[in-house]
Design a protein around this ligand. Structure first.
Ligand SMILES: Nc1ncnc2c1ncn2[C@@H]1O[C@H](COP(=O)(O)OP(=O)(O)OP(=O)(O)O)[C@@H](O)[C@H]1O
Ligand SMILES: [Mg+2]
Length: 406
């Protein structure tokens, strides 16, 4: 109404100044303050917009939220790799929310984007954003904690909605179309701690350790330690080490990064891979003794993959055979991934970029590993996966066939 009035009564050259003046007056007398969270912040996607959208989707679909229950128009979306449907506010709709006893109102504003806007990348045709309305007196009480709460809640919803992913590093360190060094597929391994046959006490110990880790943010902060934990699974082939990793991921709901060390050429490539992992994930290096020479820490140039320096012949074949970069005969040696690089990867300064990550190494030959790799802080828990006793076989038979062994 006021804008129309301005347009008809006030000459065009004074309109803008009057509008500003009017807005200031309105702000002085209004008991609310407004925060705009636009979808695109300059040229970057605004993470907070996505977080608010997800958070409101849970409020919008909640039968206990009276404002949501009365809302008769909601948008529905299902993301890539997601099995869940998310609800959202329709264009220019409102939703009220209560946080710590304080009531706030969200409005979803959608306006057409001006076509002449110049941008380096194609922008959506519509300008979308949320407006948060808070009472001025409540602002200092809740604004920061409310936004933190929304971000946390959105991450939780994202994890719950999205099927977990199994990542692997791309061949030869190449990047995908989005410049990402990891390729992913949905992770649907059926192994759980329930299906895993092993000593019940050991199993309970591992489960409680994992639970403590996942709930241990405050502990790690208090003690000044990076929020990460290392597990070494060792034992003969076929004793359930890989199944244990899948069970851990299913138990915690984490993604898995299966790091193929033989595809990594340099320590800096290793660091970059680490930087591109997300929190709440398990970083796995299988058969660690076969991927890199783990006995010689001091001579980086002679340390290559197994088979290149000490001729550990029982190792699985390295990817780079004779003439490859890891071949000692090869003078143009570009293969500089070293044990020291791996040690820094797991417990160096770079290992704490990100948080809540679990490192799991598996090996058939623990005696081949450098003690530095085994020490607490890198590998906090050593789990020996042994051949099954009669009791465990009985357990497996019962699970498979539903009968008891006589
Ligand atoms: N303790 C166990 N409980 C349940 N299943 C098991 C167990 N150990 C092995 N298996 C089964 O045996 C097969 C091989 O197990 P898995 O791949 O986990 O062994 P591994 O220790 O990783 O072997 P490798 O050292 O050769 O990689 C899987 O199909 C798995 O289901
Ligand atoms: Mg395995």
């Amino acid at each position: 109404f006021c804008q129309t009035l301005l347009h008809t009564v006030i000459p065009p050259e004074l309109r803008f100044a009057c509008l500003k003046l009017f807005q200031r007056l309105f702000n002085c007398f209004s008991s609310y303050c407004y925060y705009e969270i636009t979808e695109i912040d300059g040229v970057n996607t605004n993470e907070l917009y996505n977080a608010v959208q997800l958070y409101l989707s849970s409020s919008a679909s909640s039968p206990t939220n009276p404002a949501a229950a009365s809302s008769n128009r909601l948008s529905l979306t299902r993301g890539l790799n997601s099995s869940a449907i998310t609800f959202g506010l329709s264009n220019n709709d409102r939703l009220s929310d209560i946080f710590n006893g304080v009531s706030v109102v969200w409005e979803h504003i959608v306006t057409p984007r001006q076509s002449q806007t110049f941008s380096w990348r194609p922008l959506p045709e519509e300008k979308r954003g949320f407006t948060l309305r808070i009472n001025k007196r409540d602002k200092p009480l809740i604004l920061e904690s409310y936004l933190d709460f929304i971000t946390e809640k959105a991450n939780e919803i994202r994890r719950k909605n999205q099927d977990r992913l199994l990542y692997t590093n791309s061949r030869g360190g190449s990047l995908d179309s989005r410049g990402h060094p990891w390729e992913s597929v949905p992770f649907k391994h059926p192994s759980t701690f329930d299906t895993l046959a092993m000593d019940p006490e050991k199993k309970a110990e591992i489960m409680s350790d994992l639970r403590d880790f996942a709930d241990g943010q405050a502990f790690y902060k208090r003690t000044g330690r990076a929020w990460k934990r290392g597990y070494l699974l060792y034992g003969p082939p076929g004793t359930g080490k890989s199944s244990m990793i899948a069970a851990m991921a299913n138990f915690l709901g984490y993604d898995i990064y299966d790091l193929e060390l033989t595809e990594v050429n340099t320590n800096s490539e290793l660091r970059k891979l680490l930087m591109k992992t997300s929190s709440k994930s398990i970083i796995v290096i299988e058969d660690i003794d076969c991927s890199i020479n783990l006995t010689n820490r001091k001579k980086p140039n002679s340390v290559g993959r197994v088979g290149s320096s000490d001729g550990a012949s029982d190792a699985r074949p390295g990817p780079l055979g004779p003439g490859g970069p890891s071949d000692p005969e090869n003078n143009g040696n570009t293969n500089t991934i070293t044990l020291s690089g791996l040690l820094n990867f797991t417990d160096g300064l770079w290992s704490c970029c990100g948080s809540e990550r679990i490192f799991v190494f598996t090996t058939n030959h623990i005696e081949k590993l450098d003690p530095a790799l085994l020490r607490s802080g890198r590998m906090d828990m050593h789990v020996f996966m042994s051949f099954c006793s009669f009791e465990f076989i009985e357990n497996i038979v019962k699970k498979l066939f539903g009968v008891r062994c006589q």
